[in-house]
Design a protein around this ligand. Structure first.
Ligand code: NAP
Length: 255
């Protein structure tokens, strides 16, 4: 038994890496059919679609017909499309899909720090909808992929708040607070591997897959930076209170 997989967002940052991993598993005959679904088109987009190493399905993401013949959908759509996933889930299940991976690939959304965050609102609403749908149908399931921050994003966005000369930093959190970082390549590889029947024996499974390339305290991350840059970094930790964060005298600023 092997599964047929349909990928949404195959041209995106994480989606393109997942597409490459799916192509490898298909080549090894470990997946039945691998395709990506797309509805939009433009000359620039066409060039990107041509580079995706999977069968292409052209159709609406909200049309059940687009999903026919697939067991599992992996949604890797970008944040702006996140809210529309409730429609994609309904269409996919109506089209016969039995297992859905919503676009998560990040923080633990059940953690008290995540719950009030506006950024996570659409992802949390998607979870709620998906869980209600599978609760009403024992044949259906889902997978959430939780990985913390992508290493690439952690570096590109200067998540440690280092100054330009790297001699100081301002960071939200306490020195002992832990941060999980995972390379996007590993996220893609583990997402693809999780599709194998040895890991997913039943499509009705409801599971969270949590993994991290590295989980370190903020102070040990800064020690690593000090080792790399060869001098001390003067770190200002912004203190956490309850689920919010504040800097003395500056009020609350949520992460
Ligand atoms: N943990 C982390 O550090 C981290 C970092 C980055 C992203 N993420 C998460 O990973 C997931 C995918 O993010 P990404 O950065 O890889 O996505 P992305 O590159 O921004 O876009 C992914 C794909 O979504 C589709 N899309 C179509 N219309 C869109 C629209 N209006 N707005 C947004 N996307 C649209 C496109 O696919 P088509 O070409 O098929 O139309 C696009 O290639 C998200 O859940 C995001 O939160 C996590």
């Amino acid at each position: 038994m092997t599964y047929s997989i349909l990928l949404l967002g195959a041209t995106g940052f994480i989606g393109s890496l997942i597409a490459a991993e799916l192509a490898i598993l298909k080549e090894q005959k470990l997946l039945e059919r691998t395709a990506f679904l797309t509805s939009t088109s433009s000359p620039e987009k066409e060039a990107k679609y041509a580079a995706v190493p999977l069968e292409r399905i052209t159709g609406s993401l909200t049309d059940p017909a687009s999903y026919r013949g697939f067991d599992i959908v992996i949604s890797a759509v970008g944040d702006d499309l996140c809210a529309q996933q409730v429609e994609f889930i309904d269409a996919a299940f109506e089209g016969g899909v039995r297992h859905f991976y919503p676009t998560e690939f990040g923080a633990d959304l059940s953690h008290p720090v995540s719950l009030p965050e506006a950024y996570f609102k659409n992802k949390i609403a998607t979870r709620k909808h998906l869980e209600a749908r599978v609760a009403a149908d024992p044949t259906k399931g889902y997978t959430y992929i939780l990985v913390g921050l992508f290493t690439e994003v952690f570096l590109a966005y200067n998540a440690l708040g280092l100054s330009e000369d790297r001699r100081s930093a301002r960071i939200i959190g306490a020195p002992g607070e832990r941060v999980s970082i995972t390379s996007a390549q590993d996220v893609a590889k583990i997402t693809a591997t999780s599709l194998l029947p040895s890991h997913l024996p039943s499509l009705s499974t409801r599971r969270e897959i949590r993994f991290a390339g590295e989980t370190l305290t903020l102070s040990s991350l800064f020690s690593t930076v000090e080792n790399v840059v060869g001098h001390k970094v003067d770190v200002e930790y912004i203190v956490k209170v309850g689920v919010g964060y504040f800097r003395k005298g500056e009020g609350v600023s949520l992460i």
